[in-house]
Each structure stands twice: as C-alpha cells, then as structure tokens.
Design a protein around this ligand. Structure first.
Ligand code: P1T
Length: 384
C-alpha cells in the first residue's frame, strides 16, 4: 500500500497532483455543467448536482479514511442524517441511543414519525438494553459514540453483531470522534455519518455533512438521493474540507492534549461535581474507550450543579467563546439545555442527564496553559 499511515492518507488520498497542470493543490471546479462530445458522451461529469470533481475528491478522501467503499457528501450534517433515514420504508423501526444531538432527535420526532417511522430510544451504553429494544421491523440501530453532550460510549462491535443478527444496519454518527479516533466501519458498522462542520472541516467556516458506507449497494441508493433531492455541498466547501483534512491528525492530537489537561484540572476543582471525559482515569467506560478509540478528542462536559453557576461560568470565560458547534481550532463553550438540546422537552432532557447545570467544552488547539487558566478563573467566578 502506497499510503499506509492515517496522516499520509489524509494528505494524499483524492488529492494527487492535477493531471492537466501538475498543480499540487487540486483546483476548485466551479463549473455547473460539462461539455459533451456527443449526446451522452462525457468524461464522467455532466452536471454538478450529479457529480463534481472537487466533491468527488473529498468523497474519495473521506471514504479512504473511514475505510468505506464510498462516501456521499451533503450540504449539512442534518442533510446527511436525513438521507440515511430516507433509506427506510413506512412501518420501519429505529432503535436509537438516547444520547443524540438535539437536532437529530427533532428530525426523528417532528418529521419522520409522520411517515410511520418509529424511533425507540435506549441507553446504548448497555448492549443488552439495545438487544431488548429490537423488534422484527427494526431496520436501523442509530447511535452516537461518544454522545453529544455527555460523551457516553457504545460498544460498536457488540451493536454491529446485534444489528446483523436482526437484519438491520448499524449507523454511527462519528462526528465527535472523527476517523482519526475511531473507524466504526472496521468494527462492523454499516454506515457512518458526519457533520463535517465540526472536526473534519475544523475551522468553524463550513456547514457540511457526509455519509460513508462499506456497502456499494447502499452507496448507490444514497448517491441516487444526493442527485435526486439535491442537498449537496458547494465545490468551495468541499475544497475547504480537503484542505482541512490534511491537518486532522495533528489537530486531534492537540485537541486531546488540551481536553485532557482541562479535564484533569476540573476533576480536582470543588466547583465541579462531575467531569465527563472518556480519557480521564477512572471513567466508567475506560476499558471500552481504550479498546475502541485511539484519541479522546477535545470534547468534555462538566456538571456545575445549577443554571446560575453554569451561567456565571459561561459569562466569565475569556479564551473560550460561548457559541454553538464544536471541533474548531478555537475553543468553544456551550450550555446544552438552552442551546444544542433546547428542542428536547425539559423533563426528558433532565432524565437524560442534560441538566441546567451542565456545560460542554470544545477545547481548541490553543496553548494548553491558556485554556486551563481560563477554565480555572471561570470556575472560581462560578461559585463566588
Ligand atoms: O449542524 P450540522 O452540520 O447540520 O450537523 C448536525 C449534527 C449532527 N451530528 C452531531 C453529533 C452534531 O453534533 C451535529 C451538530 N451539532 C451542533 C451544532 C452542536 O453544537 O452540538
């Protein structure tokens, strides 16, 4: 194999020097249409909703990094998730992890239930609970691992076995982990989805999504939807993803270094009741984390005990910015109850552990000491 290691593959796959000019950086193909020599005779490109060279390069790159056969890019993470649900039929069931991005729950509940798609939520930390929830008409197991925002993990290999004995597919939203940290398809998952908005694009300047699968027949159906429904990313956004993916490995190493230092600091601070970080010694799922992940990312969440403390903490931060989203080079902080998970009814939210005192941190790639110092002064302010 020419490109063995992850960083080498990230830099080179789909990004060979341009065959026409030798340009080392692939060009951005803005053309909406392509000349044909005779009706139906073309070089693989007809119209840019259907296929575009820059988008194709990005799809090839990510398919390789996730070890899939194909990747199909969409205009946002939600458009990618929506395309996967469109593979189902009325009357089908989904068993989903109870920890999911609020927007995913909103899409399932407020839209897909109208088309007789039934979703059952279970704590996917327990493979037994997932198994018990499976019905004869279950066609998808749909999980995030780590979950947004509590960083709970699910055993991908165990859930893939359950899916396959039940004639279902396992779908993993790999947004929080990235293929640098874990490759669900190699553990048996059938489909991976990403909000490329986050770590993959990595600089808070792209909204995008992508689906990766190891089944060419699933890819064919998704590619049909990509063209037929048309929720595609622009060539410029695909080019930004190609540019960013080259530094994914380096970025993830610094994201993890920073999150670990912040998590360790918070674990001994009296204002913090619980630190959720899978890389912290003593984390309840540490064995699974080490078996399944090779990087614990820049994401952590903290239980501060009350909405007042959470607000004081968030308004005292100086290096972290209070904002939705995650995975960028700059550190962000958010309040899931009023931001990312506001669309989930309060009682259900609390029963999931998303309390009013929970805050989520996305540690960027700034200097570690600056982040720890910022969190330290904001924690002091939170309990003053
Ligand atoms: O925002 P969009 O690119 O459409 O991606 C949606 C999405 C899908 N999956 C996960 C795990 C996500 O976290 C998201 C978006 N999340 C945020 C905006 C957030 O702040 O958590």
């Amino acid at each position: 194999m020419k490109y063995r290691g992850f960083a080498t593959r990230a830099i080179h796959f789909g990004q060979e020097p341009d065959s026409a000019t030798g340009a080392v950086v692939p060009p951005i193909h803005l053309s909406s249409t392509y000349a044909q020599e005779a009706p139906g005779q073309h070089r693989g490109f007809e119209y840019s909703r259907t296929n575009n060279p820059t988008r194709q390069a990005w799809e090839k790159n990510l398919a390789a990094l996730e070890e899939g056969s194909d990747a199909i890019a969409f205009a946002s993470g939600m458009a990618a998730i929506d395309a996967v649900i469109r593979l189902l039929h009325p009357g089908d069931y989904i068993v989903a992890s109870s920890g999911l991005y609020g927007g995913t729950v909103r899409l399932f509940e407020s839209y897909w239930t109208r088309f007789q798609i039934t979703v059952t939520y279970v704590d996917a930390r327990s493979a037994e609970m997932v198994q018990a929830a499976v019905r004869p008409k279950t066609r998808l197991l749909y999980i995030e691992t780590p979950t947004n925002p509590l960083l709970y993990l699910a055993d991908i290999a165990a859930l893939a076995d359950i899916a396959h004995t039940s004639n279902a597919w396992l779908v993993v939203d790999n947004t929080f982990a990235t293929p640098y940290a874990q490759q669900p398809l190699t553990l048996g998952a059938d489909i991976v989805v990403h909000s490329t908005t986050k770590y993959l694009a990595g600089h808070s300047d792209v909204i995008g999504g992508i689906v990766v699968t190891r089944h060419p027949e699933v890819a064919e159906r998704l590619r049909f939807l990509q063209n037929a429904a048309g929720a595609i990313p622009s060539p410029f956004e695909c080019w930004l993803c190609l540019r960013s993916i080259k530094t994914l490995a380096l970025r993830m190493q610094q994201h993890e270094r920073n999150a670990r230092a912040v998590a360790e600091f918070c674990a001994q601070h009296p204002a913090v009741q619980v630190v959720h970080y899978p890389g912290l010694p003593g984390h309840p799922q540490q064995e699974l984390a080490q078996r399944q992940m090779r990087n614990f990312t820049g994401m952590l969440s903290l239980e501060l005990g009350s909405a007042e403390r959470a607000t004081r903490f968030l308004t005292s931060l100086r290096v972290f910015t209070l904002a939705e989203s995650l995975g960028g080079v700059e550190s962000l902080a958010s309040h899931p109850a009023t931001m990312t998970h506001a669309s989930i009814p309060p009682d259900r939210r609390r029963s999931l552990g998303i309390t009013d005192g929970l805050i989520r941190l996305s540690c960027g790639i700034e200097d570690t000491e600056d982040l720890v110092e910022d969190v330290a002064q904001a924690l002091d302010a939170s309990c003053s």
